[in-house]
Design a protein around this ligand. Structure first.
Ligand code: NAD
Length: 270
């Protein structure tokens, strides 16, 4: 190991600082919880004040420091406010988990230009803006971890999710490029991509499909589970544990990767 690598292994998780975007519910919240359990100080954001407050006090009850900011991650000013709050609350940044609500659904011809603009801001630019703010802070720390929550659409286009199919692969390009650019700073950049993890978003997608196919939610869910080699949807904590590993000192030499957490759903190589 080089000198910096050795220094990194000396870092314990306790007292490190993470921002988890869009974390009042679902995968973001599970990631915040997994990090808090490791002793990482966590700043979360989301749009709704109520859910956010509940999530922050839950995080504190796990024994870590937590802070919360109301923010719409598709807005540049709101992302800046998140980083300002992190500076004030914790005085630095070690880990950024880029997450956002899912983009509008629809196939290619059904989506109007406004939907494309929404997805551009929400899915692509939220990560671009947050990472631009995170990099100088991590460079000051002499290391960092950037983890993007993606989708299995980066390996296999999904039906009725044209915007995910287009914007998420762009983020894979960003991950690969930044891994090369930031390696010298001991900053790792990776993506964790869910297949079907049981959250409100996946339930809404299944309910919408039940309406389209004129069937019931339980039929859609059971059909969907049958396509997954492990025969079930994942739990948010099962994705979050991979994020917590990539955020940890143990993952100091893993960068530029897209890791699927999908119970074997995507059959493509690699
Ligand atoms: P979710 O809808 O259950 O939770 C989304 C969270 O993001 C909530 O806390 C919500 O308040 C917050 N949020 C939404 N829009 C926001 C905004 N503009 N600004 C700030 N916060 C916002 O969704 P999820 O299942 O946890 O998914 C998280 C991401 O992962 C989404 O982009 C989704 O498309 C993607 N994804 C999820 C799955 C899955 O299996 N759950 C699969 C593929 C991709």
């Amino acid at each position: 190991l080089g000198r910096q690598g050795l220094q990194q292994h000396d870092v314990t998780e306790r007292g490190r600082v993470a921002i988890v975007m869009a974390a009042s519910r679902g995968l973001g919240r599970a990631c915040a919880e997994a990090l808090a359990k490791e002793g990482v100080c966590v700043l979360i954001c989301a749009r709704g004040a109520g859910d956010l407050k509940a999530a922050a006090s839950e995080l504190e009850s796990l024994g870590s420091k937590a802070s919360a900011v109301q923010a719409d991650v598709s807005r540049s000013e709101d992302i800046k406010a998140v980083f300002r709050q992190c500076d004030e609350a914790f005085g630095g940044l070690d880990v950024l988990v880029c997450n956002a609500g899912g983009p509008p659904t629809g196939d290619f011809m059904s989506l109007d230009e406004d939907s494309w603009r929404v997805a551009y801001e929400l899915t692509l630019m939220s990560a671009v803006r947050a990472i631009r703010l995170a990099i100088p802070r991590m460079q000051r720390r002499g290391q960092g971890r950037i983890i993007l929550i993606g989708s299995s659409s980066v390996r296999m286009p999904l039906p009725n999710l044209a915007l995910s199919n287009v914007f998420r692969p762009a983020l894979v390009g960003l991950v690969k490029m930044l891994a090369r650019d930031l390696g010298k700073d001991q900053i790792t950049v990776n993506m964790v991509s869910p297949g079907r993890i049981a959250t409100d978003r996946v339930r809404q997608l299944d309910e919408a499909r039940a309406v389209r196919d004129q069937t019931s939610y339980s039929v859609v869910r059971s059909d969907s589970e049958q396509q997954i080699p492990m025969g079930r949807y994942g739990l948010p904590a099962e994705l979050a544990s991979v994020v917590a590993f990539l955020a940890s000192a143990k993952a100091s030499y893993v960068t530029g990767q897209t890791i699927l957490v999908d119970g074997g759903l995507v059959a493509s190589l690699p």
